[in-house]
Structure formats: structure tokens, C-alpha cells
Write a protein that binds this ligand. Structure first.
Ligand SMILES: Cc1cc2nc3c(=O)[nH]c(=O)nc-3n(C[C@H](O)[C@H](O)[C@H](O)COP(=O)(O)OP(=O)(O)OC[C@H]3O[C@@H](n4cnc5c(N)ncnc54)[C@H](O)[C@@H]3O)c2cc1C
Ligand SMILES: *[C@@H]1O[C@H](CO)[C@@H](O)[C@H](O)[C@H]1NC(C)=O
Ligand SMILES: *[C@@H]1O[C@H](CO)[C@@H](O)[C@H](O)[C@H]1NC(C)=O
Ligand SMILES: CC(=O)N[C@H]1CO[C@H](CO)[C@@H](O)[C@@H]1O
Length: 546
């Protein structure tokens, strides 16, 4: 009698899928216990990890940073495989340690002493939102005696906003700025050149900082970010660093334990059939005397082929799920339970893209922070919410900018020529006139008044790629951390598995958007993959200590 081993299929060879496969495979007993398969729709492994090369430098088109090295499993792997050093130049962003040069539209170079207080204000507001400082000692500005708790109480009372439930990070930040500017009302509103006065300039610097936050979160508009969830998000302590041998080295390390053939590329799943409690069919579910066990899950691929599985781990992005459950082409049959559909549609999934430019002229391009007019700007709209343009390491001739939201999506549609024209226009607006300095002196003129010429262009395209439909998830106003937990629940939902005939754990969910406190990151994806692997290992009582 032939008893087939349980077959586990994982959809997606990104961080979550490969972490799960690695864990399942490494559990010694599982080699005997399971048949394991990873099906990937793309032609490469890595998913949103996409290390590439540009002008001889190693660059990341997707995941870039290890967000805090203390306790990060990604950092641990990077150390183990010696990935933090490299002969070949990489996107190490050490120029970040240099003082940024902040220039506003029209060519006004801003003295750090002018930028610093706004930076301070912004950081304190963010610390408060993230629950790092609830103490009333932290005034919103050193000079002003407003305490955060007072400010916050006032803020909640104002405008009938009352309930925390619908509070967005964006409106909280803006109120903070208003409160700050109000306390400075007495001071003379100095007029500077290029249609700036101190208030509009402070406000524009604040916007630049908000735009950095848009890139961190992928939220097109900070008013869409849930305020409460902000304090649930966890960061690892310690430095934030990039990976010298590339993020892909982590992925390759996870994949390296899997025997050939386990990962199948170019296998895009078009339909997932499963057997929830209420449409239970009896055919072949019993382990009959013929030894044949029919598997409850069936996968159909775009090329018309199909495969069955006992357990499926779905790691596709929230963007793919949003398309899969809400549009006419339904990925799941029967449809997912309503609570899942609700969570998928409520949670946010935004677009973040990176733009790399080859610099053909002067190699001393600064770490440039760009402050633009909110209205009446001369800058192309898709650049106006970009906060910085900087070399990827000291004196590199590769420059990098990050884009978020609508602007990031627009970037994907632009031709290289349109991108170069827009950036050149912006640079010549900022740089050539930069002789007069707002309140102070300028440290270095070496990069000024020199012609800036660009060569090649490389950009990511996460928004339009149908294997992703975006970059990473965020907790949108109207959703909550509970939705992230709902995302992680296996199917059939445990409460419906009362009937002995229903196969448990048919569809499991991993991926960054299933992690309540580390969503949006590679380590969140990693943890989620391990979590689902453990769920199956426990189910099969496979010893877990490796
Ligand atoms: C521009 C950018 C910058 C980022 N920066 C950072 C950073 O600095 N630090 C950080 O920690 N994180 C960062 N992230 C986030 C990080 O990359 C992701 O959170 C993480 O890689 C997600 O892994 P995952 O396994 O959950 O999903 P994915 O990597 O998306 O893996 C899912 C896989 O499923 C495949 N797939 C999709 N649909 C199908 C289908 N129908 N059939 C078969 N296969 C399918 C996809 O091709 C993909 O390979 C960034 C992401 C982007 C886009
Ligand atoms: C980068 O170069 C500048 C001068 O060109 C130097 O002052 C600075 O220390 C360098 N930074 C690093 C991290 O090497
Ligand atoms: C991944 O990188 C390659 C270049 O190496 C690029 O062509 C591709 O568009 C990138 N994928 C996405 C989604 O940006
Ligand atoms: C040169 C100059 O005017 N410097 C002033 C810049 O602003 C700070 C406070 O914001 C003053 O202390 C400096 O005197």
C-alpha cells in the first residue's frame, strides 16, 4: 500500500516563502515527512529583494536596509555568511553620515541652525506617535513650554476629532506643526529671497520630512496612516545598515539548502481551489484502503497546468491579494471568508520606487535635501515630494532618489529622457543660484555652479509589476493591527474545523503583510515564513529544535 507523503506547496520565492521552505526542509525529519515545492511566478528568486548592478556598483531596487541590527534575523544571516563586506562597491550610503546640504527651491542654501529646530519638532512628534515618549517633559520645542500631553489632549478635543479610531498620523503631525508655528507668531516673519519667508520655509522643511515618512511607510498620503498602529510597529535597536554583498545574498543563503527542483520559476498561479467546511465533498477524503489520499488544495497555473497539495503557504504580496479578491479574476475558489476579504481591502499597500542616475560630471555631489514650494512650484510635480538626491556612497557617480505614492507610480511611466529632463531642471533650479544663504554660511561650495550632467537611468517598477502591485503594506485609517492578525489566520478558519472530514491547515498565509509588529520589512517577512513553517511542523509533531 502506497501512502503518499503530505505535499506542501509554497507560492512565492521571496523572503517569506524561502524562510518557510528553509525551515521546513532543515527540520531533519521533514526530509522524510514532506514533499516540498516552491512555485514562483517570476523568473528569479527574491521577490521584493532585487539586487542589481548599475555603472559597476551593486544597488538594491527593492529591500535596502537592515532596519536595526539588534535581534534582526536578517543581520544574523548576513553575519554568518559574511555578507557585510565586499570588494565591489555597493550602495552603502555612508554619505548619510555626512552633513546633508539642504537647499530650497530657488537656490537658497539653508543653514543647519534653521533646519535643526524643525527636524527636532518632527522627530519628537514621531517619537510620541510611535510611543517612544509619552512623558510630558518633552515639549514640542525646547523654547516653547507646550507639553506633549497638553498638546495631545488639546489636539484630540479640537475639531470634534474626538475619537482616536479615525486619527491619522498626518493630521497629528500637521497639528504639531501648527502649534509650533503659533508659538512663534510674535517673531517677525522674515522675508527671504525666492518668495520664501521664514514661515513658508519652515513649513516646507516640515513637508520634506513628511515626505521621508511617506517613503518609509509607502503611504501616498500620511492622512491615510493609522495613528494607533504607529505605536504598535516595532523597530530593532542598533544601527541601520545595508548589505555589502547585496540583499540577494540572504535570499540565496536561504535557498541554498533546498535540493534542485524544489524551487520552480516561471510558475504563476492563477487559481487556488480549496475545501472549506461548508462545501465539503466526501470524495476521496478518507485515507481509503487503496492508500490514495486526494489532496484538498488544487493550484492552477497560467500555463494551464495544475498541481494538488495538502498544504499551501501563500506568500504573495498584499497588492496581489487585493487584486485577487476584489477584481473579476478571482484567485481563490471558493472565495476567502469575509473577514479575510475585509482585512485585505482595509489594509494599505503603497508604492515606493528607487531611481538611480549616473553622474557624468562632478563627482562631489552632496547629500542633497530638497525643499520645494508647496504651491506655485517650478518643479515637475512628480519630483516635488522627493526629499533627497544623493550619491550611494562617498564620491560615487551613482545618485539615488526615493519616490513614494502617486509620484512613484508616475515615475514608472516616464521615459528615461523625461526623468533626466525633470531631474536636470530641478538641479539647475536648486544649484546655480545657490550663492545667498539663509541665516548663515555654507560649509562647502565645491559642488556649486558646476554643470551637472547625467548618463544612464535605472529605476524600480513595483507598482505596475503584476507579481507585486506595490511595495509594502501599512495600517491605513479604518484598519488596525487586528487586520494583520486576520491576514495570518490559516484556512479553513479553526472554528470551522469541527467536522473531522475537513482537512485542517489547507491554506496558510505568510509574507510581510501578515506580521502585526514588523510588517513592511524583510525581517517581518522572514518571521512570518518561520511562523507558518512551525505551524505545519507542530501539526505533524515534527521536532522543532534545530
Ligand atoms: C523599494 C522597496 C524598498 C524596500 N526597502 C526595505 C528595507 O530597506 N528594509 C526592509 O526590511 N524591507 C524593505 N522593503 C520591504 C521588503 O522588501 C519586503 O517586505 C519583503 O521583501 C517582502 O517579502 P515577502 O516574501 O513577504 O513578499 P515578496 O518578496 O513579494 O514575495 C512574494 C513572491 O510571490 C511571487 N508571486 C506573486 N504572485 C504570484 C503568483 N500568482 N504565482 C506565483 N508566484 C507569485 C512574487 O513574484 C514574489 O517573488 C522594501 C521594498 C521595496 C519594494
Ligand atoms: C566622505 O568624503 C568627505 C570629503 O570628501 C569626508 O569629509 C567624509 O569624512 C567622507 N565620509 C566617509 C564616511 O568616508
Ligand atoms: C528588478 O531588477 C531588474 C534589474 O536587475 C529590473 O529590470 C526589474 O524591473 C526589477 N524589478 C522591479 C519590480 O523593479
Ligand atoms: C548669521 C545669523 O543671522 N545667524 C542667526 C541664525 O539663527 C540663529 C537662531 O535661529 C541665531 O542664533 C543666529 O544668530
Amino acid at each position: 500500500m502506497v501512502i503518499k507523503k503530505p505535499r506542501i506547496v509554497i507560492i512565492g520565492a521571496g523572503m517569506a516563502g524561502l524562510a518557510a521552505a528553509n525551515k521546513l526542509y532543515k527540520c531533519a525529519a521533514s526530509k522524510e515527512l514532506f514533499e516540498l515545492l516552491v512555485v514562483e511566478g517570476g523568473t528569479r528568486i527574491g521577490g521584493r529583494v532585487n539586487t542589481s548592478e548599475f555603472c559597476g556598483d551593486r544597488v538594491e531596487l527593492g529591500a535596502t536596509w537592515i532596519h536595526g541590527i539588534g535581534g534582526s534575523p536578517v543581520h544574523q544571516i548576513a553575519q554568518e555568511i559574511n555578507s557585510l563586506e565586499s570588494e565591489k562597491p555597493w550602495e552603502c550610503m555612508d554619505s548619510l553620515t555626512d552633513e546633508p546640504v539642504t537647499i530650497s527651491e530657488g537656490g537658497l542654501i539653508l543653514n543647519p541652525s534653521f533646519v535643526e529646530p524643525i527636524n527636532d519638532l518632527f522627530n519628537k512628534l514621531m517619537d510620541f506617535a510611535q510611543g517612544k515618549s509619552k512623558s510630558s517633559e518633552d515639549g514640542i520645542s525646547k523654547n516653547n513650554q507646550i507639553s506633549f500631553s497638553e498638546f495631545f489632549a488639546e489636539f484630540l478635543n479640537a475639531g470634534g476629532k474626538g475619537s482616536l479610531e479615525s486619527l491619522s498620523l498626518g493630521s497629528f503631525l500637521r497639528k504639531g506643526l501648527e502649534a509650533y508655528l503659533d508659538t512663534k507668531k510674535e517673531e517677525k516673519d522674515e522675508a527671504f529671497q525666492s518668495n520664501w519667508n521664514s514661515k513658508s520655509l519652515e513649513s516646507a522643511i516640515f513637508s520634506m520630512l513628511e515626505n521621508i515618512q511617506r517613503e518609509y511607510t509607502s503611504a501616498d498620503d500620511l492622512n491615510k496612516l493609522d495613528f494607533i498602529a504607529e505605536s504598535e510597529y516595532r523597530m530593532f535597536p542598533g544601527e541601520e545598515i545595508t548589505i555589502a554583498k547585496g540583499y540577494i545574498s540572504i535570499i540565496e543563503s536561504l535557498a541554498s539548502v533546498l535540493p534542485e527542483g524544489v524551487i520552480q520559476l516561471g510558475r504563476k498561479v492563477s487559481r487556488i481551489e480549496w475545501q472549506p467546511a461548508d462545501v465539503q465533498t466526501t470524495s476521496g477524503m478518507e485515507n481509503g484502503n487503496n492508500g490514495y489520499v486526494s489532496r484538498p488544495v488544487k493550484l492552477q497555473f497560467v500555463d494551464g497546468t495544475s498541481i494538488s497539495a495538502d498544504h499551501l503557504i501563500v506568500t504573495v504580496s498584499l497588492g496581489v491579494l487585493k487584486h485577487g479578491v476584489c477584481q473579476d479574476s478571482c484567485l481563490f475558489s471558493p472565495a476567502l471568508p469575509n473577514c479575510k476579504i475585509q482585512a485585505i481591502s482595509r489594509l494599505g499597500f503603497g508604492v515606493v520606487n528607487k531611481l538611480f542616475l549616473q553622474l557624468n560630471s562632478n563627482k562631489n555631489f552632496p547629500f542633497l535635501q530638497m525643499v520645494f514650494h508647496q504651491q506655485d512650484s517650478m518643479i515637475p510635480w512628480w519630483i516635488k515630494k522627493t526629499a533627497s538626491l544623493s550619491p550611494i556612497y562617498n564620491k560615487s557617480n551613482v545618485l539615488l532618489s526615493w519616490f513614494a505614492g502617486e509620484e512613484a507610480l508616475a515615475l514608472e511611466m516616464l521615459s528615461d529622457e523625461e526623468v533626466l529632463n525633470g531631474v536636470s531642471e530641478t538641479i539647475s533650479n536648486l544649484l546655480p543660484n545657490s550663492q545667498s544663504h539663509c541665516n548663515g554660511t555654507v560649509s562647502s561650495d565645491q559642488f556649486l555652479n558646476k554643470e551637472v550632467k547625467f548618463g544612464k537611468v535605472l529605476k524600480s517598477k513595483w507598482g505596475t509589476d503584476p507579481l507585486f502591485f506595490g511595495s509594502y503594506s501599512y495600517v491605513a485609517v479604518g484598519s488596525s493591527g487586528d487586520d494583520l492578525d486576520t491576514m495570518a489566520e490559516p484556512l479553513p478558519l479553526p472554528k470551522s474545523v469541527v467536522n473531522k472530514n475537513v482537512c485542517p491547515l489547507q491554506i496558510l498565509f505568510a509574507g510581510e503583510a501578515t506580521h502585526r509588529t514588523h510588517y513592511s520589512t524583510t525581517h517581518g517577512a522572514y518571521f512570518s515564513g518561520i511562523r507558518e513553517a512551525n505551524r505545519l511542523l507542530q501539526h505533524y509533531k515534527c521536532s522543532n529544535d534545530i
